[in-house]
Write a protein that binds this ligand. Structure first.
Ligand code: IVH
Length: 704
């Protein structure tokens, strides 16, 4: 709800409405606008896009203009900005913080209308030269007044309602771009005005951190609708340390009170010179700021910046034109709290309302499942948007986006459009809540979400069409099965041409099919055939690493090969057996187990073997040197932490045998609580009796 829009041209009143009841509609609009203003200014949690707020506001303005008897001083149309929050000290601005009139027109006429008004105001005729303007960006943040006394920053205040703002000095001091001191020549009182904002990158990173916190179960955390809300929230933090974390930025665009007062002889003659001085004092001034002669150059500026808008690292919602000469500015003055010498010329809004037609699941190259809202096409931030990301299960649930919902979508810069929030009062009855599928929509494999992670992932890494390119590239990597010359361009080409669908197809590639590919020289085709042939002779760790199992890097692949010696033993290992491997924790064990639990993944492995991919496999010779080789155990009673099966698995993995009854051949009886006859027999035969702790020591190869 950028304030300037509040002063846009009123829209015509629909005739039917007037017939209903103007006073009722006015009351309804006021209540609705008050509610949204509260959510926006006080809670930093807007529930409708600015464009929608503006529409309601203008409807109210129009109704009030048509019915002067229904006007009221407490109408939202009668105030400039928001109320002070109450948590911060109130500051009275010595010079009011004004707003600018907005040209809602996003067309060239916006600049022309303004120039015509200025010329008329100044009594200029067609034969007079063009008026000189300063063209600036209209930053989408929050206005701030920085007061320096004798060169020291003493107070930073928000705009509030234009007359009274909030003292947020502590928080503003955390913004590194804001000088805490001015150079010695600066006036004894100097108020610098500008915009506090958050860069889009910082905003994305902040929301990503928030999403992680939420995934980990943090209470009371939320994501932010847009950089402006995140910035406003940061400025109003009661704890400056939290404000500092938001990494806010600042652009200077003007001044407030400056001593000696301007009537004693203005220190500056032009707005442009003023900005240059602020810049020389260390204030950030946007590099795009330009001098412009007349409407034509303003239009050119509007055009250039519109094309650059997406590439800027921060949001802007338009450009601002200001008469450059300060003398002329004074001559023109103000009308109802807006200067006549400045105007905002907007761009298409970056947030709009639309409806959700479906919620689809997209599978990324690495198997990540992302819920995506399919939208009724809507023009946002200059392009037509039909898809918007819901990020992950938690976000989709938290925002509670449902089929048929009316939602706010946001598109800014190159960032993927996202659903900001739902308009609950527009929800269709019986709309069902979204649930994340437990299966990959592309290949049908199980989708799993690991503890502490926000995303579901497809576990059909080798088989899933969405992951094809990535899987092949990984397999062919020089540290994996190494297929020399098979890089991303070629994989892209092979997959897109439909020559390769799954990994084994690689080994079915003949010279002919390769040579027929575009841009493929005979020599390269020959080289690739040779490289594929060579790659067939690999090693177990390279092959295991090449399968691209989540969390299985090179080191883990080596450890698995060392431990199990044979691929089949890895594929058939239980999670408990996998846990026995050095450096394999529960998450990795589960990931390996789930991977080989997918029939499709096993099939691909079999096909690769059938294609002739081989490696040396030793009989688990390592058995001979395993800590418990040749030893026979009997387990009796209840062990403190292990079930009997678990203990048995562990002993066997370490090379030992587990027998059912005690004999002279028994090396150890592992006795737990309530051990009975077996313990007595062991004692009678003189067999060593040990407990769980002793067993663990033996398993780890410690001397008994
Ligand atoms: S000049 C008297 N210049 O837009 C004119 N304002 O209604 C005072 N804004 O909330 C404002 N970029 O924070 C000016 N280059 C710019 C601006 C700018 C953004 C904001 C300002 C205020 C609103 C004006």
């Amino acid at each position: 709800m950028a304030t300037p829009d509040l002063f846009a041209q009123p829209i015509p009143v629909p005739a039917a409405l007037e017939a209903v009841s103007a006073s009722e509609r006015i009351a309804g609009l006021r209540a609705e606008l008050d509610l949204h203003a509260h959510r926006y200014y006080v809670l930093d949690e807007p529930s409708i896009p600015d464009s929608e707020y503006d529409r309601l506001f203008r409807e109210l303005q129009a109704l009030e203009a048509a019915h002067p008897d229904l006007q009221s001083p407490d109408s939202p149309t009668q105030r400039v900005g928001g109320k002070a929050l109450g948590q911060f000290a109130t500051v009275r601005h010595r010079i009011a913080m004004l707003s600018i009139r907005t040209e809602t027109d996003t067309e060239a006429s916006g600049a022309r209308n303004f120039d015509n008004r200025v010329r008329k105001e100044l009594g200029l005729t067609e034969s007079d030269p063009p008026v000189e303007y300063v063209a600036e960006l209209k930053f989408d943040g929050l206005a701030m007044s920085l007061r320096y006394e004798h060169g020291v920053l003493v107070q930073a205040a928000t705009r509030g309602d234009g007359e009274m703002g909030e003292d947020v000095t502590q928080n503003i001091r955390t913004i590194r771009q804001i000088p805490l001191r001015l150079p010695s020549g600066a006036p004894p009182v100097m108020e610098v005005r500008g915009e506090v904002y958050m860069r889009r990158g910082e905003f994305e990173a902040l929301n990503e951190r928030q999403r992680e916190k939420i995934a980990k179960g943090a209470k009371g955390e939320k994501t932010f609708a847009n950089p402006r809300n995140a910035a406003a929230g940061g400025v109003r933090q009661l704890d400056p340390a939290i404000a500092a974390e938001r990494r806010l930025s600042f652009f200077a665009y003007g001044v407030g009170e400056v001593t000696p007062p301007e009537q004693d002889g203005p220190a500056f003659e032009t707005h442009y010179a003023l900005l240059q001085t602020l810049k020389s004092w260390g204030f950030p001034v946007a590099a795009q700021t330009r001098l412009a002669q007349g409407a034509t150059e303003l239009i050119a500026f509007h055009d250039t910046v519109r094309k650059e808008r997406d590439r800027l690292p921060y949001d802007i919602d338009g450009v601002v034109y200001k008469v450059n000469s300060l003398a002329l500015q004074r001559r023109m003055g103000f009308v109802s709290r807006e200067p006549r010498w400045a105007v905002a010329h907007k761009y298409p809004a970056q947030e709009q309302l639309t409806t959700v037609l479906a919620i689809d699941i997209q599978v990324g190259r690495t198997g990540k499942l992302t819920p995506v809202a399919k939208l009724a096409p809507v023009f946002v931030g200059g392009v037509t948007v039909t898809n918007a990301t819901l990020h992950n299960e938690d976000e989709a649930r938290r925002k509670d986006v449902r089929l048929g919902d009316t939602v706010i979508v946001r598109r800014a810069g190159d960032v993927i459009p996202e659903v900001v929030s739902v308009l609950l009062d527009k929800r269709v009855p019986d709309a069902t809540q979204f649930t994340m599928p437990r299966q990959c929509p592309v290949c049908g494999s199980e989708a799993v979400r690991e503890e502490g992670e926000a995303d579901y992932r497809c576990t059909g890494g080798l088989f899933c069409a969405a992951q094809r390119k990535e899987a092949i590239l990984h397999f062919a990597h020089k540290r994996a099965v190494e297929v020399e010359g098979l890089g991303d361009k070629l994989v892209e080409q092979l997959v897109d041409a439909g020559v390769i669908r799954t990994l084994p197809d690689l080994y079915k590639l003949g010279f002919a099919s390769l040579a027929s590919l575009e841009r493929m020289a005979e020599k390269s085709a020959n080289n690739l055939v040779a490289a594929l042939e060579k790659s067939k002779h690999t090693t177990l760790p390279r092959f295991v690493f090449g399968l691209g199992i989540r969390h299985v890097g090179e080191a883990t692949a080596k450890a698995l090969a060392r431990h199990f010696c044979q691929l089949d033993r890895i594929m058939d290992a239980t999670e408990a057996q996998l846990l026995e491997v050095d450096d394999v924790g529960p998450i990795v064990a589960k990931s390996i187990h789930t991977f080989f639990d997918q029939p499709h993944n096993r099939e691909v492995v079999e096909q690769l073997r059938a294609c002739g991919v081989t490696w040396e496999e030793s009989e688990p010779v390592a058995l001979a040197v395993k800590p418990l080789s040749g030893k026979t155990f009997v387990i009796t009673g209840t062990l403190p932490d292990l079930s009997r099966d678990e203990a048995k698995d562990m002993i066997e993995l370490a090379g030992g045998k587990v027998a059912g009854s005690v004999s002279k051949k028994t090396d150890y009886v592992v006795a737990g609580l309530e051990a009975g006859s077996k313990l007595i027999k062991a004692e009678a035969l003189g067999v060593a009796v040990i407990d769980q702790e002793d067993l663990m020591a033996l398993l780890h190869g410690l001397p008994d």
